[in-house]
Design a protein around this ligand. Structure first.
Ligand code: SAH
Ligand code: AVI
Length: 323
């Protein structure tokens, strides 16, 4: 159960995240290439749809990373000192974290940071049942901003955890900036365990973002449904379709919402014109080689250390050290 205090804190921070939504939508749709920031996928419905994606046969990243964690969690946990805290960025359901937590009996607290309030609440309630003595601290926040950790934990040694290849949803410049923000949150002497999806054959990559059941399409279109729910009725969801393509030059999957006809859309007294075939760019998902990610970490002043991959080289989990 959430304590009254943590519930108040979640509500207060969530209101701030909500305020940002309409200004980001108006700004993104005013650009020559219309865009919507992918962090807004994760309202309560979006978090549910993401969980469905993780169970799709085509979506290899979650099960592959979970298997890497299951095989190596003991090694990943071996440098966490007694009384240390685990700080997870974009924790979502925290299901993978359970594998690590099994090896971290000595932990003082588990801090989970996410923009999705519902995901944090569900994870917190589930973890309370499985790890009744664990001190779990949910924080609703954008991890791109330096997050202040609870004052009573300020002196504890920190280990960062950033699974899921969520880092791939930022471009390399933003990813470097984010890793620098994490240095500030975690402080020198700490470690970060980060999941990174690997470059691979398109026959595996493309279906992961174009699943047969249409769950990724529903996840993408939920962004328009969220605008309709939270800002006001604007989009005809039948007039847009999901598209996911691989941009080989930049090494990334791009997700778009394609307007299927010429149309005008009014949002908060502003009118946006869409030509037939024009797209809203909703997400990038960058893929790296092990070396490319290590170079990126170095450029952000982290020192690459151990790296674990699966036998098919689909996914990598990196340990990087804060200099
Ligand atoms: N770590 C989980 C979830 C990955 S999905 C896993 O590996 O399965 C990405 C998660 O990051 C979602 O829960 C989403 O709400 C969160 N997220 C995305 N952008 C964010 C941001 N800018 N700040 C905080 N959380 C973010
Ligand atoms: C969270 N993130 C790493 C996922 C990805 O694969 O880029 C989000 C996602 N988008 C479509 N499917 C899953």
């Amino acid at each position: 159960m959430l304590t009254p205090n943590s519930r108040d804190l979640l509500a207060e921070r969530f209101a701030l995240v909500e305020d940002e939504f309409s200004s980001a939508v108006l700004h993104g749709l005013s650009r020559p290439q219309k865009t919507l920031p992918c962090r807004f996928f994760y309202d309560s419905r979006g978090s549910e749809l993401f969980e469905e994606i993780t169970r799709l046969p085509e979506y290899y990243p979650t099960r592959t990373e979970a298997a890497i964690l299951a095989a190596h969690a003991g090694e990943m946990a071996d440098n966490v000192p007694e009384g240390g805290v685990l700080v997870e960025f974009g924790s979502g359901s925290s299901r993978k974290t359970e594998t690590l937590l099994q090896h971290l009996q000595q932990l003082r607290a588990y801090i989970m940071i996410d923009v999705s309030r519902s995901a944090l609440e569900d994870a917190r309630d589930r973890l309370a049942k499985r790890f009744p003595t664990l001190d779990v601290r949910p924080i609703v926040a954008d991890f791109s901003d330096p997050v202040a950790l609870p004052a009573d934990l300020a002196d504890s040694h920190r280990t960062g955890f950033f699974p899921g290849s969520t880092i791939g949803n930022l471009n390399p410049v933003e990813a470097q900036r984010l890793l620098r923000v994490f240095r500030g949150v975690l402080s020198p002497g700490s470690r970060l365990i980060v999941g990174v999806d690997l470059k691979k054959d398109l026959s595996v990559l493309l279906p992961a973002y174009n699943d047969a059941a249409g769950v990724t399409a529903a996840f993408n279109l939920n962004l328009l449904a969220r605008i309709n729910r939270e800002i006001g009725p604007a989009f005809d969801l039948d007039a847009f379709r999901h598209e996911a393509i691989y941009n080989a030059r930049d090494g990334r999957i791009e997700m778009h919402l394609v307007s299927t006809r010429d149309q005008d859309v009014s949002i908060a007294h502003r009118r946006f014109h869409f030509r037939r075939g024009e797209t809203i760019h909703t997400e990038n998902s960058y893929k790296y080689t092990v070396r490319q990610f290590q170079d990126l970490a170095r450029a952000a002043d982290w020192t690459p250390s151990r790296v674990w991959t699966d036998a098919d080289s689909l996914f990598s989990v990196h340990e990087v050290l804060c200099r």
